[in-house]
Ligand binder design. Structure first.
Ligand code: 2B7
Length: 641
């Protein structure tokens, strides 16, 4: 193949410098070079295809993970324009792939750009961070192709055939010298594309993973859009009304909202701006909450459900058990917050607020039975809130009477520098005893738990304050719970759950994680929650250093023994059934010593799938739970909840 000879003009030099900057500081453009950043590459390309769908020209998008982690994205839109771009002197298509921030300057007549990745940087960044990229365009009766290596054009756009179809196909291999890993996670992509399909009514998105012998595929298309989204989120919950509410407003700031109440006690509101999940909320969420509170209070007063003497319902009462998805389109979104996922545009508050006031108000008038069912639930939430307030005060009083606010069972550490401190939450008194003796008391605290733990999935807040199992955990961590949780007050940088590697241990782990997820979510989001991994086996022989093994499969251990020149028949194998079987020294060496232990950090990439998991594991429905456990028997090992 002949190499394309560049005649560099000033514009093109700028182009090369631009893409060089992306390669020098990739984090600035895609957030990070971790697996998360890697997935962003795919989203950036798919977003362009979704924009073409939003413009009304593309119906089908197909994403393939090919062997070797090559990504292929195809759409059946109009195809990226191939004509010469006046300013750069290159084809429009090559400009899109080589000029930083070229996005938005094209397709001016294609409807405005509303989709766009988290960082909205587009195809040129993907190109810069890929070992190679090839783009094939079908358009104007022709097939066109261009190729790049690390952002540099190696084959300029050229017609290679004829076609009566239209569309764009992009294949790329992420650059292994830039990313920590090239291994895409099928589940992460599947979740993201499902979400995109919900958010773009009628769009077909197909995902195919060809990396393994048995391919995995998923096809998404939802004619119901956000209503289908809410139905999906609530699929394992008991509903207060059969069909999700749907309200919509078109115009300069299109708004779509779907709402359905369930009998659960948690609040699940997911918000999107231009199809981007705004995890930190923002002005659209603010407007929604204000209007929701007002609409229900006004309705309840007008219908005499709230009497003159009654106080207004507060927002928390009205949001108990709600599942809602809010999707707004904003032409020039300002993203704020730690992870740039908080909408800052102040004008959006009022727009969403008045839209919900009007449309939801009308809906309640037209559907009095649904309004009544929801309000009954809100009123009982208000009663529980009052009971919770009393319970909390009681606990506060009791705690202050006992002078120290720390639980009696807690063996605290001597350091007061939260960042270096750890608390082990340990199941069982005997393991707790060993942990206390084995720990490094300078920075390790031990909180033993025993007895049956409360399932917070089936309890309201009033049952949590003052609960004799959970209260010590709340006090030890020291940052409150629920709306009052304050991450800056945590007393330990690491909260480590240490439980047996058996079914009971898994149960207690799940109960505690459910509690953290529902009542101290920032603790998980901030990466403070860990799981200790006790060993499953000990291999010992006189004269040989003990070998601890942490996996069910012992093959690896036998290999190590072989390398040490040890005859495996002479080695004693002990299977640990519980933490209690280890003496303090062993517990320190295997599970607590930062030099030798294995800790699994609990992360939450995706609140939607985490909610799904906990609803299933801890909720009322038995059949889906059984199916889930059968399918994910090893979920504890892979702790992306
Ligand atoms: C701002 C840039 C990125 N673009 C167009 C038109 C169609 C089109 C695209 C695309 C990803 C993988 C398969 C507009 C927009 C460039 O300008 S990008 N389709 N698909 C895509 O990237 N898919 C377009 C106006 C008239 N004709 C075509």
């Amino acid at each position: 193949m002949e190499k394309f000879e560049h005649e560099y003009n000033a514009d093109q030099i700028q182009v090369l410098e631009g893409l060089e900057a992306v390669r020098k500081r990739p984090g600035m453009y895609i957030g990070s070079v971790s697996v998360r950043g890697l997935h962003h590459l795919v989203y950036e390309i798919v977003d362009n295809a979704v924009d073409e769908a939003l413009a009304g020209y593309c119906k089908n998008i197909k994403v393939t993970i090919e062997p070797g982690n090559i990504i292929c994205v195809e759409d059946d839109g109009r195809g990226i324009p191939v004509d010469k771009h006046a300013k750069t002197g290159l084809s429009a298509a090559e400009t899109v792939y080589t000029v930083l921030h070229a996005g938005g300057k094209f397709g001016g007549d294609s409807g405005y750009k509303v989709s766009g990745g988290l960082h909205g940087v587009g195809a040129s960044v993907v190109n810069a961070l890929s070992e190679w990229t090839e783009v094939t365009i079908q358009r104007d009766g022709g097939i066109y192709e261009m190729k790049f290596e690390r952002g540099k054009t190696i084959k300029t756009l050229e017609k290679i055939g004829t076609s009566d179809k239209t569309g764009t196909k992009v294949r790329f291999l992420a650059d292994s010298t830039i990313f920590e890993t090239l291994e895409y996670e099928y589940d992460v992509l599947e979740n993201r594309f499902r979400e995109m399909a919900f958010l773009t009514k009628g769009l077909n998105i197909e995902l195919e993973d060809l990396r393994n012998e048995v391919p995995r595929t998923a096809k998404f298309c939802f004619e119901g859009g956000l209503v289908s989204f809410v139905e999906y989120l609530n699929k394992n919950k008991e509903k207060l009304h059969p069909t999700p509410i749907y309200i919509e407003k078109e115009g300069e700031y299109p708004v779509e909202i779907s709402i359905q109440y369930t009998t659960s006690y948690s609040e699940n509101i997911y918000t999107f701006v231009n199809n981007i999940n705004t995890i930190e909320g923002g002005t659209h969420l603010e407007g929604f909450k204000r209007a929701l509170t007002k609409v229900f209070n006004d309705y309840a007063r007008e219908k005499g459900i709230l009497k003159e003497k009654d106080a207004n319902l507060v927002g928390d009462d009205i949001r108990e058990g709600i599942t809602a998805v809010i999707s707004v389109k904003v032409k020039e979104p300002q993203f704020e917050g730690q992870t740039k996922t908080k909408l800052g545009n102040s004008e959006v508050t009022g727009i969403v607020q008045s839209m919900v006031n009007e449309h939801l108000g009308n809906f309640l008038e037209e559907n009095p039975n649904i309004a009544k069912a929801i309000l009954e639930k809100c009123i009982s939430a208000a009663r529980a809130r009052e009971a919770a307030r009393k319970a909390r005060e009681l606990v506060r009083k009791k705690n202050s009477l006992e002078t120290a606010t720390l639980p009696g069972k807690l063996a605290d550490c001597s350091s007061k520098i939260a960042d270096e401190c750890e608390v082990y939450i340990v199941e069982g008194d005997s393991a707790g005893g060993s942990a206390k003796q084995g720990r490094d008391r300078k920075f390790q605290a031990i909180l033993p738990l025993w007895g049956k733990m409360l399932n917070v999935e089936k309890a309201r807040a009033d049952k949590i304050y003052g609960n004799d199992k959970l209260n010590p955990v709340i006090l030890a961590i020291g940052a409150g719970i629920g709306n009052e949780f304050d991450i800056t007050k945590i007393r330990y940088g690491k909260v480590i759950i240490m439980a047996d590697a058996d079914v009971d241990g898994a149960h207690i782990r799940t109960l505690l994680l459910t509690f953290f997820f529902r009542y101290m979510r920032p603790l998980i989001e901030n990466g403070n929650v860990y799981l200790a991994q006790p060993p499953l086996y000990k291999f010992s022989k006189k004269g040989m250093e003990d070998l601890y093994w942490y996996e069910d499969d012992m093959t690896g251990a036998f290999k190590i023994l072989e390398e040490r020149g040890v005859d495996r028949d002479q080695v004693g194998i002990q299977r640990y059934k519980g933490l209690g079987e280890m003496n303090p020294e062993q517990l320190w060496e295997t599970t607590m010593n930062p030099e030798t232990r294995i800790l699994v950090k609990v992360t939450m990439d995706d609140a939607i799938s985490a909610d799904e998991t906990f609803t299933l594991l801890m909720g009322d429905e038995v059949n889906p739970r059984r199916e889930f456990i059968e399918k994910n028997a090893k979920y504890v090992k892979n702790l992306d909840i």
